[in-house]
Design a protein around this ligand. Structure first.
Ligand code: ZN
Ligand code: ZN
Length: 369
């Protein structure tokens, strides 16, 4: 199963080459949809924060460039002030009809973050849920392969009982400083160059006696089967959070991030899903539409016997009330909608042609409705 890192373009649902106008548009649409004042689902606050952060990064050409070239690392140092200081969010939110004070946006934006102790990065994994499970709810297994702290050395990478030694090369600073002289015109300038220590990669410690289980990495790749409960009627885009199944933090004593499972409905050739409603096209022959008939359509469990009344029209929608999916966080069910299409024959046998011609003669003398 692919483990995807949070991606700001993905969060806004836009391709990487999107222009500024389209970024703004995507942001406005999503912000409306996920604003916690409007959207009462428990993940709305987090989604909204993500959306606002993604927008703050991508709307600013410089920040966007840093993100495009260096990823998360390039933008991780920005503070709330850096991100949202220049952004007239108050104006945007006024326009959307939200009552929203100047400070409250930051409260909203960071309440979760500030109350959450330091942790590793969260992981986002998409899963597709078949209609049957959306209908009934159930338990979905998923296999996630991710690094976990080595149980033998508890993530320190050293052979149990031997603490890591200070790096000999950088003496624990994690940086190597070298100086050289550069000439600029007449002047000679002393240049100090600070580099990450190539021996300890900035950690400042060196493992002289590596842990035999993880070879000194402090982490081992572990495949785990996680079972999540899928509530009936779960909607596309809902995120199920599994605590502690995200990425490990760099420091061994900081807990890992969370796993965010992003739900989408598996494509189904029987029905198209729109919220709690299910849609299906059925094609009828002309005689069946005129005379009425009974047809059998696939259901989510058993087949459904559907009565086509006489005189059914092309493009008519036959609604099976409350036969659709359960409403997520609501009561009752959506509907099944059958969109009727007609199969008008374009080739006729001699006998059919004769009959259609007779029908035409009869129609000509039929009283108009
Ligand atoms: Zn180990
Ligand atoms: Zn070093």
């Amino acid at each position: 199963m692919p483990a995807l890192e949070k991606d700001y373009y993905q969060i806004l649902g836009i391709p990487r080459d999107t222009d500024e106008q389209a970024i703004k548009k995507a942001y406005h649409t999503l912000a409306m949809q996920w604003h916690p004042d409007r959207n009462k689902s428990p993940e709305a606050g987090d989604r909204f924060k993500e959306i606002a952060t993604a927008y703050a990064i991508l709307k600013d050409p410089q920040k966007r460039l840093r993100y495009d070239t260096q990823g998360m690392e390039g933008v991780a140092h920005y503070s709330a002030e850096d991100l949202f200081g220049n952004l007239d969010l108050g104006h945007i939110f006024d326009k959307m009809g939200f009552a929203f004070g100047g400070d409250s946006i930051f409260d909203c934006m960071y309440s979760h973050r500030s109350s959450r102790p330091p942790h590793g990065q969260d992981l986002r994994v998409p899963i597709e849920i078949p209609l049957e499970m959306i209908n009934d709810g159930g338990r979905q297994k998923l296999q996630v392969s991710h690094p976990v702290a080595c149980a033998s050395c508890h993530g320190y990478g050293t052979k149990p009982g031997t603490p890591p030694a200070l790096c000999n090369s950088c003496h624990g600073s994690g940086r190597i400083i070298s100086t050289h002289n550069e000439t600029k015109g007449e002047e000679e300038i002393k240049v100090e160059q600070i580099k990450v220590c190539p021996i300890c990669h900035g950690k400042g410690t060196e493992i002289t006696d590596p842990c035999p289980i993880c070879g000194g990495y402090g982490q081992i790749e572990k495949e785990e089967t996680i079972e999540v409960t899928i509530p009936p009627g779960i909607e596309d885009g809902v995120i199920l959070r599994v605590a502690g199944q995200g990425l490990l933090a760099e420091e061994a004593d900081i807990p890992p991030g969370d796993l965010h499972i992003v739900i989408s409905t598996k494509t189904d050739n029987r029905y198209q899903r729109r919220g709690p409603d299910l849609w299906r096209a059925e094609t009828l022959t002309v005689p069946d539409a005129v005379l009425g008939t009974k047809i059998s359509i696939p259901g989510l469990g058993e087949n459904i016997e559907l009565t086509i009344p006489p005189g059914t029209q092309a493009d008519e929608i036959i609604q099976l009330k409350a036969k659709g999916l359960p409403r997520f966080r609501g009561s009752g069910h959506g509907d099944i909608n059958i969109h009727i299409q007609l199969d008008i024959p374009d080739k006729l046998s001699q006998k059919e042609r004769t009959l259609y011609e007779q029908l035409r003669e009869l129609a000509a003398v039929r009283p108009q409705k």
